[in-house]
Ligand binder design. Structure first.
Ligand SMILES: NC(=O)c1ccc[n+]([C@@H]2O[C@H](COP(=O)([O-])OP(=O)(O)OC[C@H]3O[C@@H](n4cnc5c(N)ncnc54)[C@H](O)[C@@H]3O)[C@@H](O)[C@H]2O)c1
Length: 410
């Protein structure tokens, strides 16, 4: 039997627990050799849970550990790039948590460092869900030229979430808000399906999280390299309205769509009903070939299963010296949306926020402080009012233009 691959885990907070669970499911392939976290208590605890032989409070010591071939990076966002670059220079293969980085420049440096060092790198992603591959290889060619697409992301994050880590909610350490932390989950498969990004610009504001610096709502336009365009909307201020499509890719001969958060299930309708029926039957057959089991939509937020599937492929890529299924370069594409929206939107944040508040049903909500909070809004059963309805209409419109009514209204 081949020797097990030595793994080191850098960052021993919440998601590291899932890395440990996932790696435990791959115990025949690998073993956790060491963990690192500046918080000694966290490092000791995760070492105990993973059976690691060693724990470090400085990740440089873990990178110098010759028993380790692969590292997983599970730290606050601003550390992904410097740790990945250092890991590549130390000759380690890298599984980095999402988001790959907080700027395009950082992502480029990571890609260059991995290439120069000849190490493999992947970015933790929803793409481990096999339905994406089926849709890209089999369904997208059937729908013909893509006319337009949209992607809606509704999350809910309260102030307790932002208090759960000192790095959250700050430009310097989280690198943004809903875009960089939550929307990235779907931006990655969205950009993977539709190809690389040429242009991205958008608008954002902090509407209902006065305790943080970063955006909690925003939208924008993305143009893909094939010339098609899409619009995206993301927020941590509302729960998703029932019964809407969260993704739609409209082509000349059919449509791909999803009504589930994180796009766990993708479905499609082809104009040619015979092809449609045949392709729906093929989902089962192809899935069976790819995974050895019949197609069933991925379970609600089964983080460990997703991370285990991706880590299994990544360990295989390291062993076989091949590209992982989720290339690191693909993880850099959504960072282009992030940069584009952040750079373009900052000048307009105040006007966008004023427009959102004016069109919202927030006015009638009792509030304790000067600014409304997301908890108060939810407790009062707020719907988002005319403002949200108008935004959703803008984003779902197939027009290649991005309306910004707050820039023109008096
Ligand atoms: N893929 C997913 O489903 C998923 C889910 C949650 C979080 N994440 C991502 O995982 C990352 C971590 O998130 P979290 O929720 O675990 O955060 P967390 O705050 O719970 O944990 C972060 C840990 O990193 C440690 N850390 C800080 N500086 C460090 C350093 N220099 N070296 C080593 N460790 C250091 C902190 O002490 C902390 O223990 C983020 O990028 C987040 O976006 C991914």
């Amino acid at each position: 039997m081949a020797e097990r691959i030595g793994v080191g885990i850098i960052g021993c907070g919440g998601i590291a627990g899932t890395h440990i669970e996932a790696l435990a499911g791959l115990a025949g392939e690998c073993r956790v050799v060491a963990v690192a976290d500046p918080l000694e208590e966290a490092a000791r605890r995760r070492a105990g849970e993973s059976g690691a032989l060693t724990w470090y409070t400085d990740y440089h010591d873990l990178l110098a550990d010759r028993r380790i071939a692969v590292v997983t990076i599970a730290t606050p966002h601003y550390l992904h790039a410097p740790i990945a670059v250092a890991a590549a220079r130390a000759g380690k293969h890298i599984y980095v948590e999402k988001p790959m980085a907080t700027t395009v420049g950082e992502a480029q440096e990571m890609l260059a460092a991995a290439q120069q060092a000849g190490v493999r790198m992947t970015v933790s992603s929803e793409l481990a869900n096999p339905i994406y591959r089926f849709v890209r290889e089999r369904v997208l060619p059937e729908i013909g030229r893509v006319r337009s697409s949209y992607l809606l992301d509704f999350y809910f994050r309260d102030s307790a979430y932002y208090r759960s880590g000192p790095w959250r909610g700050k430009w310097a350490t989280e690198g943004g808000g809903v875009f960089v932390n939550q929307a990235i989950y779907t931006w990655h498969p969205y950009t993977w399906l539709l190809g690389g990004i040429d242009v991205a610009y958008g608008y954002w504001a902090n509407l209902l999280h006065p305790e943080i610096e970063v955006e909690d709502i925003g939208y924008g336009l993305v143009r893909f390299r094939d010339g098609s365009h899409g619009k995206v909307f993301s927020t941590t201020c509302y729960r998703p309205p029932a019964g809407i499509r969260l993704l739609e890719i409209a082509g000349e001969r059919g449509t791909i769509f999803s009504a589930t958060p994180w796009l766990r299930t993708l479905d499609f309708r082809l104009v040619d009903t015979k092809r449609d029926a045949a392709l729906h039957r093929d989902v089962q057959a192809v899935h069976q070939t790819l995974t050895g089991s019949p197609y069933t939509p991925w379970a609600e937020n089964d983080q460990a299963a997703r991370i285990r599937a991706q880590l299994a492929d990544f360990l295989g890529a390291v062993r076989e010296d091949r590209e992982p299924e989720v290339s690191a370069a693909s993880g850099g594409e959504p960072i282009k949306i992030l940069d584009g929206f952040h750079w373009h939107g900052w000048r307009h944040a105040e006007r966008f926020r004023e427009w959102l508040i004016a069109g919202d049903d927030l006015a009638s909500i009792p509030r304790a402080g000067a600014e409304p909070t997301v908890e108060e809004a939810v407790a009062a059963g707020r719907t988002g009012g005319r403002g949200l309805a108008e935004l959703l209409a803008i984003v779902r419109s197939p027009s290649p233009q991005l309306a910004a009514p707050f820039l023109t209204s008096p």
